[in-house]
Design a protein around this ligand. Structure first.
Ligand code: 8X3
Length: 256
């Protein structure tokens, strides 16, 4: 990965942060995006202290198309030549029923998970095409396989991520570019704290009695896809804890 430039959205926490650590450990140059600049600066300092890697920070909200466009256009020199785009930025807010949800929160979730991913793809893939190489890795979810209670809108956005990846793979079929969807199951990160609107106890309860995945576990699958030889396109990886079977079926040990 030494000669590769990897762009990761949502890199300040969870799976995105774990991907930054993994790819830095393998010598890749990183463009790290998130809304939280102080966290990105901390991560950059940590990684450049540990590994001989170049890291460029690009703080923006993927929902803001104009800001994203100027940020990508601001990339100079070799930073423009992105080899791997990891579309990771995504979130869910709330566990409401579809007919009781908050439309403003739907906007945030849909605009981030679907339109943000599309904006990044639209801005970065043409350059990859021109250079004749590139890999787009979209972070989907087991939630995109089937709806589950309290997950209606989020599940719909993750189903969309799967379909957008499939569509892009079709559009790029006559090119050397590759498209991968990584679909994580239960991963214990700050993601669930946001889902429960900041209620850490509720988020923690979700993982009681089950050995959930970590962001690092998912970063391994992301890296595996990226490191495959150029003629190998890992289309999808669905990865879940050993005691999870579907989006709603998991086995949790009684912790009483
Ligand atoms: C997150 C995985 O199981 O919370 O995408 O839906 S799950």
């Amino acid at each position: 990965m030494k000669d590769k430039i990897v762009f990761i959205t949502g890199a300040s926490s969870g799976i995105g942060e774990a991907c930054a650590r993994k790819f830095a450990s393998q010598g890749a140059s990183l463009i790290l995006n998130a809304r939280n600049m102080p966290k990105l600066v901390g991560l950059k300092n940590e990684l450049t202290g540990k590994y001989a890697v170049q890291i460029h920070l690009l703080p923006f909200d993927v929902r803001d198309r104009n800001v994203v466009t100027s940020a990508i256009q601001s990339l100079s020199g070799e930073w423009k030549d992105i080899d791997i785009l990891i579309n990771n930025a995504g979130l869910v807010i709330g566990v409401d029923k579809e007919y009781e949800g908050n439309p403003d929160e739907w906007d945030i979730v849909i605009d981030t998970n679907i339109k943000g991913l599309l904006t990044m793809t639209r801005l970065i893939v043409p350059g990859m095409l021109k250079r004749g190489s590139g890999h787009i890795i979209n972070i989907g979810s087991i939630a995109g396989e089937a709806a589950y209670p309290g997950g209606s809108v989020y599940c719909a956005t993750k189903a969309a991520v799967g379909i957008l990846s499939d569509g892009l793979r079709i559009d790029l079929v006559n090119t050397p570019l590759r498209v991968t969807t990584i679909k994580p199951g239960m991963v214990e990160t700050n993601f669930s704290v946001v889902r429960y609107r900041g209620d850490k106890a509720a988020a923690g309860n979700l993982y009681k009695g089950i050995h959930a995945l970590t962001g690092d576990d998912i970063a391994e699958s992301v890296y595996f896809s990226a490191a495959a030889p150029p003629h190998v396109q890992i289309a999808e990886i669905l990865v879940m804890p050993t005691n999870q079977a579907t989006g709603i079926i998991s086995f949790k040990k009684d912790m009483e």
